[in-house]
Design a protein around this ligand. Structure first.
Ligand SMILES: Cc1ncc(COP(=O)(O)O)c(C=O)c1O
Length: 406
């Protein structure tokens, strides 16, 4: 299904690590540059009316992506779209200005007023908000299902369900859904499967081999990988591409070439970064699971984690993002923990080289979260793992002292 647009030597037969270094590159078309350069252009000019007419004719095909006007794409943005589509085995990509824009744009591309979307309960909270508070105003209804209860999934599907929306593992609590089984049920009822692949990236999960129709990315995270750009991407199957493209480009969504370039550059090191994020995160998670103050660790690679068997079957690895649980306590005591961390900075995002900590405010419709446990989300960065464990040790010690004094 891939558009196979890499012209720098690697094919789908090569190892994934090799392909990461070659996708989205065409040195012969760009003056011999190794990576595809930044094209800053709103305007592309035609040398004569005949070539203008010829290109307009080609552009009647909704899948046509030659460069005509900056809002429709340029060589840098198209190279990034092709690179990720090729890595995931999707048809084509559509670059978007943020991950959330990719989520909303994809839903608008396939659903219309009067449709219903069925969403995993552990979805990224901002997606939950926009589905409930914004899409509802445009006549698209949302309800949620328990990510671990595939048996009852069919009972939540309605006559007008157009989309089953997944994110595995889910935000903050990290349960892993059985994507192929869910896709089977969704497709049997005529619904499409949209999947947020931000956590695993194509390096650890191939959505189109598991029944997904649209793969979504906050490229802001691991694809860019350096916490210095906002970017999103929608990758679709061939059948859906024209509809989604005409919707999102018709709404005026595009991203800038500088950000597309940063993501193309990020792709080159995605494998080495994720290998290290994975190793360090598991080491930190194992250490945390042995600490007295820690009530539990939520990490898909842990044997007793909900959905672990599915993760082991369908994913080839885990990234640097997971959660652990502390006893719920006063905000002052929790702040003592946060304020004693020196290497884990407080930050809303993840996926860069740096370690981050966040206290998420997750909402659930099914299986409400235990109010006696405070979830702490960590992004384990590329620093020395011994230093990171030392940092957590110091902060957990301060937390235990503050609790004892309470
Ligand atoms: C799983 C997931 N999906 C999507 C997004 C949205 O991405 P962006 O912040 O680029 O809009 C985020 C952001 O935190 C996320 O964690």
């Amino acid at each position: 299904m891939s558009s196979s647009n890499s012209k720098s030597g690697a094919s789908r037969d090569h190892d994934f690590a090799t392909r990461l270094g070659h996708v989205g590159r065409d040195p012969a078309a760009h003056g011999g540059t190794v990576n595809t350069p930044v094209y800053r252009a709103s305007t592309f000019i035609w040398p004569d009316t005949a070539s203008q007419e010829a290109q307009r004719e080609l552009a009647r095909d909704p899948a046509y992506r030659g460069t005509m006007y900056g809002r429709l794409g340029n060589p840098t943005t198209v190279a990034f779209e092709d690179a990720v589509a090729e890595l995931e085995g999707g048809f084509r990509g559509l670059i978007m200005p943020s991950g959330l824009a990719a989520i909303v744009g994809a839903v608008l591309g396939v659903a219309k007023s009067g449709d219903h979307i069925l969403v995993t309960d552990n979805v990224y909270p901002s997606a939950r908000n926009v589905f409930l508070n914004t899409l509802t105003r445009y006549g698209i209804e949302t309800s949620f299902f328990d990510p671990l209860d595939v048996d009852s999934l069919a009972s939540h599907i309605r006559k007008n369900t157009r989309v089953v929306y997944l994110e595995a593992p889910g935000s903050d609590t990290f349960e892993v859904q059985d994507v192929p089984r869910i896709a089977e049920v969704a497709h049997a009822h005529g619904a499409l499967v949209l999947f947020d692949n931000t956590w695993a990236t194509p390096y650890f999960f191939k959505p189109f081999e598991h029944g997904v129709d649209i793969s979504l990315h906050a490229a802001t995270k691991y694809l860019v990988g350096h916490s210095d750009a906002m970017l999103g991407l929608i990758v679709t199957t061939r059948d859906i591409y024209a509809d989604v493209r005409s919707t999102v480009r018709g709404l005026g969504y595009i991203a800038g070439p500088d950000d597309a370039y940063l993501a193309l550059r990020g792709l080159r090191t995605l494998g080495v970064r994720l290998d290290r994020h994975e190793r360090s995160a598991i080491e930190v998670a194992e250490w945390l699971s042995r600490q007295q103050a820690v009530l539990g660790v939520r990490h898909p690679a842990f044997e007793h984690h909900p959905g672990h068997a599915v993760w082991k079957r369908d994913f080839t690895g885990s990234s640097g993002l997971f959660s652990f649980e502390l006893p719920a306590t006063s905000p002052q005591v929790l702040n003592t923990f946060l304020d004693h961390l020196q290497l884990f900075s407080m930050g809303a995002s993840w996926g860069g080289y740096e370690s981050l900590v966040k206290l998420p405010h997750a909402t659930r419709t099914f299986q409400p979260l235990d109010p006696k446990r405070q979830i702490v989300r960590l992004h384990v960065g590329l620093e020395s793992v011994a230093d990171l464990i030392g940092d957590l040790d110091h902060a957990l010690g301060a937390f235990a002292d503050a609790r004892a004094r309470q």
